[in-house]
Design a binder for this molecule. Structure first.
Ligand code: M6R
Length: 611
């Protein structure tokens, strides 16, 4: 949901801003812009904005060469208020060009603010909520930038991360955040603000995460921080473990393909640190056995693919640990007045740790007195900082909009929690426990094995790339897996895809099945195989082309299916980690065959920081 970057230092600002924005383009890509201060020369701010991808901005600025200056701000947009046009692209400047602003978030009271500002004579050039911020800053700027920022943000309702330039303060860049992410970073060649770590990795790994309502001032020779009383505050810097290679394609055609192939390592990096001498050790989580024993119910909340992880975790946790699990879409949870019994653990799953709905659900649950546990990939993100307990997945930076390795590592985290909770609650015999842990440890290698069969999935994708409708069916845990399979296909191939519990089809949806409909049936759950085969026969009899995904050795499936995909055998509860790999490959290659920009599908953004 929009990426912002700011820089001041000895370098050529436009080059640095463009490179930083390129690594944030996953956050939004319908328009882009930069604004650069030319220092003491003329005290002027020069802004350049384009509709479309960042490449258009590179073309318009001769790759940044044509824009001189050593400090500036940049933005890549996912439109909320106002269509993606040049006028609505950021940065927005105040009337006289005294102030420039880039913004990630939404200002909820912008219409009222706009009316007030128009009454004061300000003329608006765009339909955005952000332009009100530029004019407010201009209005309150009486020579003290911190004071102007404090007075401005006191009028803003909603969420924001801002990058700000004042024309009369060359060499300085300001930033502030509320409920949208903002980091500050320092290096020998200059100082930075950015929405996310990948933007600055080329220059530094020395970062600090701004808390809500903290103000940062970048100067060429240092960074300072202020609170809302205008007092200086100290911030601790940390070294991020991700390196620049993790944020680059490394020879792959797309980030998505690279991230699919990174899954064996991401899974191993997530699982191995928590397994010692054959036992799952979750010390870092800080949850005592007593706390675990006191958990009577679990409430899981998340969005999109992370919600599918929760759907999977429900089956696993209930089956292994016998703890009832409720799963809600984060955007629905707090508006349905949920009945939250004492002893309910709130679990939030989020790759970015910044998803607005998930963050709001976490805050709602905490306000009701619930103990919260977050499964998060991005260290220092809002959800990670606000949850009582955090389980970090070790997927590394995920750039492609369609999640793959973050999803897999979230599944692994949930599996480990379920096995651990089950063990603490005395629900597993030693033998069952070790069988599960051994199977868990084998998953990375089994994923590698599936990836070695990639060519087959590529061939299959080519065959079905022109399908109009696709139905994904499964029972039990396979139902949870097909939810993700269908989303993967539709979000990057634009093929209409639906996921159904296989037993549900005959209650309505089967009327959509006709000759040539593509049905992909996942069948891995031993106790449900026979029932699923009956469902498969039903759709096949109605003319559907049937693709089956099952475990090696279940060759009976070939009698029913037109094409069968095999995955290695594992424990029933762990199949989702293997099932998802061919489904990701299928979606990727279908998208590729259809000529779609796989990493940046239309209308989407990676990090959804608006509700
Ligand atoms: O960062 P989060 O895990 O909170 O994001 C949640 C969803 O927006 C995300 O999983 C989305 O559905 C995926 N990009 C789909 O591939």
């Amino acid at each position: 949901m929009c990426g912002i970057v700011g820089y001041t230092g000895a370098g050529h600002a436009a080059h640095i801003l463009l490179d930083g924005l390129e690594r944030l383009e996953y956050r939004g890509y319908d328009s882009a812009g930069i604004c650069v201060s030319d220092g003491e020369k003329s005290h002027m701010l020069k802004a350049l904005r384009v509709k479309g991808r960042l490449q258009a901005l590179r073309d318009a600025t001769d790759n940044g060469d044509s824009v001189d200056g050593e400090s500036g701000i940049g933005h890549t947009r996912w439109a909320t208020h106002g269509e993606p046009t040049v006028e609505n692209a950021h940065p927005h400047l105040s009337g006289g060009g005294k102030v420039a602003v880039v913004h990630n978030g939404i200002i909820e009271n912008y219409a009222d603010l706009r009316k007030t500002l128009e009454g004061r004579g300000y003329v608006f050039q765009s339909e955005t909520d952000t332009e009100t911020i530029a004019h407010l800053l201009d209005y309150y700027d009486k020579g003290d930038p911190i004071d102007a920022i404090v007075r401005t943000v006191m009028h803003l309702r909603g969420s924001f991360a801002l990058g700000i330039l004042f024309a009369d303060r060359p060499g300085e860049v300001y930033g502030i955040r509320r409920d949208s992410p903002l980091i500050a970073a320092t290096s020998e060649s200059g100082n930075f603000i950015a929405s996310d770590v990948p933007a600055i990795l080329e220059w530094t790994r020395n970062v600090t995460y701004l808390d809500n309502m903290e103000i940062v001032c970048l100067k060429k020779d240092g960074i300072s921080f202020y609170n809302m009383d205008g007092e200086k505050i100290e911030k601790e810097f940390t070294t991020v473990s991700w390196d620049i290679a993790a944020a680059e394609k490394g020879g792959y055609a797309h980030f998505m393909l690279k991230e699919i192939h990174e899954q064996p390592k991401a899974m191993a990096d997530t699982i191995h640190p928590h397994v010692r001498d054959g036992r799952i050790v979750l010390d870092e989580l800080g949850m005592t056995d007593e706390e675990i024993r006191a958990v009577r119910r679990i409430q899981m909340v998340a969005c999109g693919s992370a919600w599918h992880v929760c759907m999977t975790a429900k089956y696993v946790m209930e089956q292994l640990a016998g703890i009832p699990v409720d799963v809600d879409l984060a955007s629905e949870f707090r508006y349905r007045n949920p009945v939250l019994e004492e002893g309910t653990l709130l679990m939030v799953v989020s790759q970015s740790g910044e998803t607005a709905d998930s963050l709001a659900a976490l805050r709602y649950g905490k306000a009701q007195g619930m103990l919260s546990l977050a499964i998060v990939n991005v260290v220092g993100s809002s959800i990670a900082r606000e949850a009582d307990r955090v389980f970090y997945t070790a997927a590394g930076p995920e750039i492609a909009v369609a999640t793959t390795k973050a999803y897999s590592t979230q599944l692994a985290a949930c599996d480990m929690l379920a096995i651990h909770f089950a063990s603490v609650k005395g629900k597993l015999s030693e033998e069952e426990y070790h069988t599960l842990v051994d199977a868990l440890l084998k998953l990375p290698e089994q994923i590698s094995e599936i990836l070695r069969g990639e060519a087959r999935m590529q061939w299959l994708a080519g065959k079905y790339a022109n399908t109009r409708d696709a139905f994904f069916i499964g029972r039990g845990l396979d139902y949870a897996s097909v939810l993700e399979g269908a989303l993967k296909l539709k979000e990057i191939s634009y093929i209409h895809a639906e996921a159904y519990a296989a037993g549900e089809l005959k209650h309505g949806t089967i009327s959509l099945i006709e000759k040539g409909s593509m049905v992909l049936a996942v069948a891995t759950q031993s106790e449900l195989l026979e029932k699923e085969v009956s469902n498969i026969v039903e759709v096949h009899a109605r003319g559907a082309t049937l693709l089956a995904l099952t475990f090696e050795g279940n060759y009976n499936m070939e009698d029913q299916a037109d094409f069968t995909i095999y995955i290695p055998k594992t424990e029933d509860v762990l199949y989702p980690s293997l099932v998802v790999i061919p489904l990701q490959l299928l979606a990727y290659y279908v998208s590729l065959s259809r000529g779609i920009d796989v990493d940046k599908p239309r209308n989407l953004a990676k990090s959804v920081t608006v509700e």
